[in-house]
Design a protein around this ligand. Structure first.
Ligand code: NAI
Length: 342
């Protein structure tokens, strides 16, 4: 019998061992801002995922060529282009995951908050369309300042009555990717083995790598080394902005990180019981901070559990206290914008 049910990969594998023929689950993904510096390599990486059946590329410009180009890769995902507001509803129809890298990037001398005025409106409008046309989709927000754009998205979803905190994510995976790289280099470890949780937010001192919780267990020689690594992870985005000298911010490493987060989310939707990522979400983990990046367990419904903050080092506790006012301010700025201008 051919089952039309959306079975998880594991269930499907078990059924196929019993001789049943089952349709494997695959997912529809939309990338909004797909023709940009992040959007293009991200779309390529998503096109390579065996979990994706349909890849919808949306942008206000130049997206037809990107889609034509990607559609020639002989991987299963079917690629379609959508341009302009009129085509946004079709781009979002029946989509399981929406990834949003639309917006302007930083130039030298700019903070992520300097992007607020332009990107806040872009995120508000795109998320409003998601609320109407794909209210059950997981939403991954890449557009900066993430500390404020995710609260904006939450307000917009609330206004439409479809906010589910388990399905809205600020993508902070690049902070984890950077932390893994820098710690492995410093410790002369194999990169692939190192995993550093990063919590807080996604700008400057709000980015808090938990170097006391590195896996495998890692001992740093002095607080000076911990401080240097922490500062480098916090300022890594600026390293790229300065090296690109006006041509934008991280795009390739960001695409890699966003693709990892997308794949993790799809694996979890598909029933993999062992998927953990750090991400900026609505939570009540820290009093007064309604949004906070935490390590979470992902499942079929999005966030399944938020891991508690336990056993922080003294250095990390101080850094946590120091980041609170800035993060609170960025959250409030986002919420105010959404209340006034949504
Ligand atoms: P980019 O300028 O190369 O691309 C942005 C794309 O968005 C362009 O193709 C543009 O046409 C499109 N766009 C603008 N308004 C749109 C709208 N209303 N609807 C659909 N598409 C729209 O910029 P890049 O380098 O790709 O960066 C994108 C965003 O990602 C920036 O806000 C940047 O700050 C952020 N970013 C986030 C990181 C993170 O870790 N979360 C890391 C690096 C960048």
């Amino acid at each position: 019998t051919i089952s039309q049910q959306r079975l998880g990969r594991r269930t499907a594998a078990a059924a196929s061992r019993k001789g049943q023929v089952v349709a494997l689950v695959t997912y529809k993904v939309a990338v909004l801002g797909a023709a940009g510096g992040i959007g293009q390599p991200l779309s390529l990486l998503v096109k390579m995922s065996p979990l994706v059946s349909d890849l919808h590329l949306y942008d206000i410009a130049n997206v037809k060529g990107v889609a034509a180009d990607l559609s020639h890769c002989n991987t299963p995902a079917k690629v379609e282009a959508f341009t302009g507001k009129d085509e946004l509803p079709a781009a979002l129809k029946d989509v399981d995951l929406v990834i949003i890298p639309a917006g302007i990037p930083r130039k030298p001398g700019m903070s992520r908050d300097d992007l607020f005025n332009i990107n806040a409106g872009i995120v508000r409008d795109l998320v409003d369309a998601v609320a109407q046309h794909a209210p059950k989709a997981l939403i991954h927000i890449i557009s900066n300042p993430v500390n404020s754009t995710v609260p904006i998205a939450a307000e917009v979803l609330k206004k439409r009555g479809v906010f589910d905190p388990a399905r809205l994510f600020g993508v902070t995976t690049l902070d984890v990717v950077r932390a893994n790289t820098f710690v492995a280099q410093q410790q002369k470890q194999r990169l692939i083995d190192v995993d550093v949780p990063v919590i807080g937010g996604h700008a400057g001192i709000t980015i808090l790598p938990l170097l006391s919780k590195v896996k495998p267990k890692t001992f740093f020689e002095s607080e000076e080394i911990i401080d240097k690594l922490t500062t480098r992870i916090q300022n890594a985005g600026t390293e790229v902005v300065e090296a690109k000298a006006g041509a934008g911010s991280a795009t390739l490493s960001m695409a890699y990180a966003a693709a990892r987060f997308a794949e993790s989310s799809l694996r979890a939707l598909d029933g993999d019981p062992d998927v953990y990522e750090c991400t900026y979400i609505a939570s009540n983990l820290i009093p007064d901070l309604p949004f906070f990046a935490s390590r979470v367990k992902l499942g079929r419904m999005g966030v399944e559990a938020v891991l508690p903050l336990e056993g922080l080092s003294e250095y990390e506790q101080r850094a946590l206290e120091a980041l609170k006012p800035e993060l609170k301010n960025s959250i409030e700025k986002g919420i105010e914008f959404a209340k006034e201008k949504a």
